[in-house]
Design a protein around this ligand. Structure first.
Ligand SMILES: *[C@@H]1O[C@H](CO)[C@@H](O)[C@H](O)[C@H]1NC(C)=O
Ligand SMILES: *[C@@H]1O[C@H](CO)[C@@H](O)[C@H](O)[C@H]1NC(C)=O
Ligand SMILES: *[C@@H]1O[C@H](CO)[C@@H](O)[C@H](O)[C@H]1NC(C)=O
Ligand SMILES: *[C@@H]1O[C@H](CO)[C@@H](O)[C@H](O)[C@H]1NC(C)=O
Ligand SMILES: *[C@@H]1O[C@H](CO)[C@@H](O)[C@H](O)[C@H]1NC(C)=O
Ligand SMILES: *[C@@H]1O[C@H](CO)[C@@H](O)[C@H](O)[C@H]1NC(C)=O
Ligand SMILES: *[C@@H]1O[C@H](CO)[C@@H](O)[C@H](O)[C@H]1NC(C)=O
Ligand SMILES: *[C@@H]1O[C@H](CO)[C@@H](O)[C@H](O)[C@H]1NC(C)=O
Ligand SMILES: *[C@@H]1O[C@H](CO)[C@@H](O)[C@H](O)[C@H]1NC(C)=O
Length: 368
């Protein structure tokens, strides 16, 4: 079935083979096949592609439907669109994924709105966690605002990464989980509500969800176990804005992503005109404070190591009605899915290349 898309998938296989030399875990043929089987159906912008793998005979991996298109609706806190997405996400982790994901629902009322954060954990008894997060709510104004990059695409990518981890976690047939199972580190995937302001952005009108979950995690002891917090925002457009390294505490994680992107670009020549990462891009660290306000604030304030994946300048469609699915870019969505999946895997397993600090050994603290 790989032959179905020779131009797209042949280089992908080469890419994954090259990665095999970097991380021993990738000798698993399931890993090699994973993106081939799932990418198009999971993150395609064209629904008709959902059926393209129906006749797969080479594998027992069942086909799942599109993860991205359900987000193509308004998702204002407390609205029916928001409830729809909450149910969609919860059902996915409870019934579509098969590994033991722990479900945490953090619901609260503020300013006459019900906000609901959703957090899913793999490795419930671990002593430390890597957290990947994005917000699923959409802006109230302008009316009809969808938020394709803000943050429908980041949410769908988190679900895609979860599918990958789900498939390999605690799966005795896979080398990957044999290694993972020996690590005392877990993964938390978080979907924040209420990132956007209800009226006008300010410290008392924004990031309702992340502030609430942070308090909860401080009280129940989870916060001190977070070794790395990765926030995805404004990803999925064709804009070529760079993502600087905002925090010195995560320069090593940033460099890992940069190297993964280089590997990716060298295998997919057509992507080589887009480079998101540049380890020299440290100018934001000179401000010694948070320059871009987002859901990471309560975590930075609690001395968590934060990797903020948000491009500057912001993509052109930012906070306009044009931030819709029409202005998403299929190639960049796929690229983000692949490099962030690889990044998550390497961060959880520990990178064999010692030039990177692993995500779990933090040498430098943020000093905001
Ligand atoms: C997103 O929804 C709009 C409005 O319902 C629709 O016109 C558009 O085709 C959808 N986009 C995709 C990629 O499905
Ligand atoms: C989806 O299907 C359409 C029509 O068959 C095709 O033109 C397009 O290239 C496919 N997209 C992907 C990402 O495979
Ligand atoms: C899919 O499989 C069915 C039954 O095995 C077969 O009849 C059909 O022709 C196949 N379709 C394609 C597009 O290969
Ligand atoms: C989840 O599984 C159900 C039942 O098989 C299926 O109908 C649904 O489309 C799946 N959803 C996702 C997002 O995978
Ligand atoms: C609170 O929300 C309810 C239902 O959405 C609405 O009927 C009520 O007027 C709102 N109250 C305030 C003070 O905004
Ligand atoms: C583990 O791998 C097998 C194939 O060897 C696959 O059928 C199964 O779905 C995988 N387990 C999970 C939890 O995905
Ligand atoms: C935010 O709320 C706090 C507590 O109610 C208040 O002290 C502060 O002045 C408010 N800040 C702004 C910018 O409104
Ligand atoms: C940690 O801080 C030291 C001194 O400020 C700096 O030289 C080093 O590059 C930093 N390491 C990382 C991983 O950011
Ligand atoms: C990308 O293209 C440039 C110019 O053609 C080349 O110098 C560079 O090595 C390429 N980068 C990768 C990662 O292949």
């Amino acid at each position: 079935m790989l032959m179905m898309f020779p131009t797209v998938y042949a280089p992908l296989l080469i890419f994954l083979s090259v990665l095999r030399a970097v991380g021993a875990e990738t000798t698993d043929p399931l890993y090699l096949n994973f993106h081939n089987l799932y990418l198009d159906e999971s993150l395609s912008l064209t629904p008709q592609n959902m059926t393209c793998h129906k006749n797969s005979s080479s594998t027992d991996i069942s086909n799942g439907p599109n993860l991205l298109l359900p987000f193509n609706r308004t998702r204002i806190p407390s609205s029916s669109g928001s409830i729809y997405i909450q149910n969609y996400i919860k059902k996915y982790y409870k019934t579509n994924l098969t590994s033991p994901w722990n479900v945490e629902i953090d619901s609260f009322v503020e300013k006459n709105h019900t906000f609901t954060n959703l957090a899913f954990t793999l490795g419930g008894a671990a002593s430390q966690y890597i957290v990947l997060a994005a917000h699923y709510d959409s802006k109230i104004e302008p009316e009809g605002f969808i938020g394709g990059i803000d943050s429908a695409t980041p949410c769908a990518i988190l679900m895609y990464i979860s599918k990958f981890m789900d498939h390999f976690y605690l799966n005795s047939s896979s080398n990957i989980d044999a290694n993972l199972a020996n690590k005392d580190i877990g993964l938390k995937i978080v979907f924040f509500d209420g990132e956007e302001a209800l009226k006008q952005w300010g410290p008392n009108d924004s990031i309702y969800g992340s502030k609430h979950l942070a308090k909860r995690w401080i009280n129940n002891g989870v916060m001190e176990k977070v070794s790395l917090f990765v926030l995805l925002d404004l990803l999925g457009s064709a804009d070529k804005s760079i993502i600087p390294s905002y925090f010195s505490s995560t320069n090593s994680n940033y460099r890992l992503l940069n190297d993964i992107e280089n590997e990716f670009n060298s295998q997919f020549k057509s992507y080589n005109n887009t480079k998101y990462f540049n380890p020299q891009e440290l100018r934001f660290q000179n401000f010694n404070r948070i320059v871009i306000e987002d859901d990471h604030i309560p975590f930075v304030e609690n001395d968590v190591n934060v990797l903020h994946l948000i491009p500057v300048p912001f993509p052109k469609v930012w906070h306009t009605i044009d931030d819709n699915f029409h202005n998403l870019d299929q190639d960049n969505i796929k690229k983000w899915a692949i490099i962030l999946t690889k990044f998550t895997l390497e961060s959880l397993m520990g990178n064999p290349d010692q030039t990177y600090n692993s995500a779990f050994s933090s040498s430098n603290n943020t000093s905001e």
